[in-house]
Design a protein around this ligand. Structure first.
Ligand code: 4GT
Length: 247
């Protein structure tokens, strides 16, 4: 898969995407990431990319032409239109299901806005999808774009180590993940739950399932509407609800 980032801060994006698991995946060839400077496509002598909004109001907007030229250049280079995403608090909120779908695509390109955003005609002309990370506002689309690129990258075959089990992590099966512990078994007086040291895998699985359900019910009850339930969950949920009433 190839991910293109269109931004005023390509160095920032490149630095983030060069590190750790994503950086390693790129070196291994599982994943291609290219960061493009929108300003390179500015046409006046000051390399201007922003202008003030028609109708008045505070702040500046990214103007149409440099973004348009940047996208056209990328499209010509790829030989086809990439799936164009614009990061914006007005978009649909990202979830793991959409991350998995995007990871199946051959090319995605992510446009990062700045200042007050971009001229609406860019969205009308080029953008297939607007994605938000949640109900808050940032100064630029770079951090959300990098978060999306990271989330998508780790779902590509070969990026994660074979032994990483994403079937069990938060949001994969619609539940939050159970708590995990590593050595030492007692740290500053706090012991690891005994069942995890018991070696009884049946009991461990049951305890983890109960913890997942408990956390989801407590922190994200909205998620239970879409969760995939297993045999025995009904009984566990009933017990958890009774415990919660006592608290
Ligand atoms: C928040 C988010 C986002 C921003 C989010 C255009 C100029 C948008 C600045 C940008 N803020 N982008 N994608 N919650 N700010 O995802």
């Amino acid at each position: 898969m190839r991910i293109d980032l269109l931004t005023l801060f390509p160095d920032m994006c490149e630095t983030v995407m060069a590190e750790s698991i994503v950086g390693r995946a790129r070196k291994k060839g599982c994943l291609q990431v290219c960061c493009h400077q929108i300003r390179d496509f500015a046409f006046d002598k000051h390399q201007r990319v922003d202008d003030c909004p028609f109708g008045g109001g505070k702040g500046m907007l990214l103007m149409t032409e440099p973004i348009s030229l940047c996208i056209d250049d990328l499209t010509a280079h790829l030989g086809k239109k990439p799936h164009m995403i614009y990061m914006s608090p007005q978009g649909r909120v990202l979830d793991q299901q959409r991350v998995k779908e995007l990871a199946q695509m051959e090319n995605i390109a992510i446009l990062c806005g700045h200042y007050e955003g971009v001229d609406e005609r860019i969205l009308d002309t080029y953008v297939d999808e607007q994605i938000s990370l949640g109900d808050f506002v940032l100064t630029g689309g770079e951090l959300p774009a990098l978060a999306l690129a990271d989330a998508v990258s780790r779902m590509i075959d070969g990026v994660l180590a074979e032994d990483v089990c994403f079937e069990e992590e938060s949001h994969y099966n619609g539940l939050l993940e159970y708590p995990q512990y590593t050595r030492p078994a007692v740290w500053r007086g706090q012991a690891v739950p005994e069942v995890l040291l018991s070696g009884n895998h049946g009991n461990i699985a049951k305890w983890r399932r109960a913890q997942s359900l408990w956390r989801t019910l407590k922190n994200r009850p909205d998620m239970l509407e879409k969760a995939e339930f297993q045999k025995g969950d009904g009984e566990l949920l009933y017990q958890i609800r009774r415990e919660m009433e006592k608290e």
